[in-house]
Design a protein around this ligand. Sequence first.
Ligand SMILES: [Zn+2]
Length: 121
Amino acid sequence: MPIYEFTCEDCGCKFESIMKHGEDFPPCPECGSANVIKVPSVFGFVDRTARVAERERAILKRARDYLIDGKVRDAQRFLQKAKEFYPTDRIKKLSDKLAERKPVKGGYVSRTEVVIKKKKG
Ligand SMILES: [Zn+2]
């Protein structure tokens, strides 16, 4: 049974719930509001025992995929969202780095350093 993560738009709380296909979103457990939004699946819980580190890795990988494709703005937006749910050091660091650096035309991202450099030659 899939477990999804939701955010309440009224009180801002985050919660997890099982949701069968075609069912309505569950109401907020804190305030009872029906104004809940489902968090995109990459942030969701595939497995309850999945550790934050695994999700962090998935988030960083996706961010790098955006960067490698030259989609710096998408990466920034994605990381902004990711930070709300998984404010880990590495995610914050990458997000801050991107905020500091202006994308360079023809730039690329080093897999190990997470920096944007201009390709040589
Ligand atoms: Zn609520």
